[in-house]
Design a protein around this ligand. Structure first.
Ligand code: ATR
Length: 271
């Protein structure tokens, strides 16, 4: 039996165990997937479990996608250039860090037919997930990324010829009636808060959230109500998980999974 887990803090709302255990059952794989609540000082203990093969692989979520990097032996070049790791595997006695978030986001954008080439996009948040999304957006050939964050210095570190950082307070002068806006923060996951003042939400905008529990954050709910197009984080979540499985098992597990079935199964648990 192979054991896998997602580590994070908080972790109680993660649907990763539900998704992966459903896939293991349906594909008859001898494997089990748990969630582990980890305090920062206990990260080395989890890494030891990987080294001792107690765990065959892990996903990493809030707030460790960057912090975990110093504990592992090798970072895949793409994950290195993104600057965050959400999937770790053990190969030839080495722990290798990968990033499957960028892929999950890319697939979600593609299957929902969202056109990003040559567009200006607003990204809110400058954490580990935001880095993966910036990477994906640049691959789509976006013209400009307006990166808004509570802590301006953190966003500034991600600036380049495409990305321009501002404090979230400046949103009024940057948001447009038809902006594409991506929330990468956890705002709306546990509280009824919005990533910015609701008066700036417009029906011509496209609102994207990386959160999938709740199924619709207050941000998406309001946007939808007034007629904006919306996309929650569930598709991205599923695709990052499928990509993690392919890495851990070294084969195309993802091709054997029916996306519609797994999505309906997860939706039934969220709603
Ligand atoms: P992750 O790795 O999942 O992206 P993270 O690195 O902790 O998580 O980043 C979370 C992002 O959400 C950050 O941009 C954070 O803003 P700061 O850089 O100012 O900390 C943002 N964020 C989280 N909670 C927030 C809140 N209540 N208000 C505004 N921004 C918040």
């Amino acid at each position: 039996m192979k054991h896998f887990a997602v580590i994070g803090n908080p972790i109680k709302d993660s649907l990763s165990p539900l998704m992966h255990n459903w896939i293991f059952r349906n594909l008859d794989l001898q494997a089990k997937y748990n969630k582990i609540h980890v305090e920062k000082e206990d990260l080395p203990k989890v890494v030891k479990q990987l080294r001792d093969n107690v765990l065959c692989g892990i996903n990493v979520t809030i707030p460790y996608k960057e912090k975990i990097m110093k504990f592992i032996d090798e970072i895949n070049p793409r994950a290195q250039s993104i600057g965050s790791v959400n999937c770790i595997m053990s190969k030839s006695d080495k722990l290798i860090g990968n990033n499957t978030d960028w892929y999950g986001f890319t697939k979600a954008i593609k299957i929902n037919h969202i056109e990003l080439h040559d567009k200006e996009v607003i990204v809110i948040g400058a954490g580990g997930v935001a880095k993966s999304i910036l990477f994906s957006l640049k691959n789509f050939g976006v013209k400009k990324i307006i990166l808004l964050n509570r802590t301006l210095q953190k966003a500034r570190k991600l600036e380049d010829d495409i990305v321009i950082a501002y404090s979230i307070d400046k949103i009024e002068s940057l948001i447009k009636y038809d902006s594409i806006i991506i929330n990468t923060t956890s705002i709306g996951m546990y509280t009824n808060q919005f990533p910015f003042e609701i008066g700036f939400i417009n029906k011509k905008q496209f609102l994207i959230d990386i959160i999938y529990t709740p199924f619709e954050t207050p941000f998406l709910k309001l946007g939808k109500k007034i007629g904006a197009k919306t996309l929650n984080g569930l598709d991205m979540f599923i695709f990052q998980g499928l990509a993690s499985l392919d890495l851990w098992f070294g084969e195309d597990i993802s091709k054997q999974v029916n996306f519609i079935q797994i999505k309906s199964y997860l939706e039934a648990h969220i709603c």
